[in-house]
Design a protein around this ligand. Structure first.
Ligand SMILES: [Zn+2]
Length: 109
């Protein structure tokens, strides 16, 4: 884990990289030796959410035949009115991948 901060925001003491347990799940964090405050990176918190199943918007990559698949959350399908036969346009972005849904009926007149 990258040491994303040097000093505790609460008291100013030098933080140390340690392993900690949050609700039984082992995570890396930076801990203040003085006031015991713990600081987590967003990727450690995402790891926690995945393991605990707290995030509704996370899906695991799977395999179907020779392809790798990713199931879409129902909320996304509903909100974007995505139907079988519609298209997903992938755009590579600095922080991830954007999928732009395009409805099949918009293409075929
Ligand atoms: Zn502190």
């Amino acid at each position: 884990m990258k040491k994303f901060m040097k000093k505790c925001y609460a008291c100013g003491a030098d933080v140390k990289q340690v392993k900690t347990k949050k609700e039984g799940i082992s995570l890396n964090c930076l801990r203040c030796p003085k006031c015991k405050e713990e600081y987590f990176t967003s990727s450690e918190l995402i790891k926690f959410d995945i393991v605990t199943g707290r995030r509704k918007m996370i899906r695991k990559f799977g395999v179907l035949g020779d392809s790798m698949i990713l199931r879409l959350p129902n909320k996304i399908l509903k909100d974007y009115k995505i139907k079988p036969g519609d298209y997903g346009v992938f755009e590579e972005r600095p922080d991830g991948i954007l999928i732009k849904p395009v409805q099949a009926k918009e293409i075929i007149d």
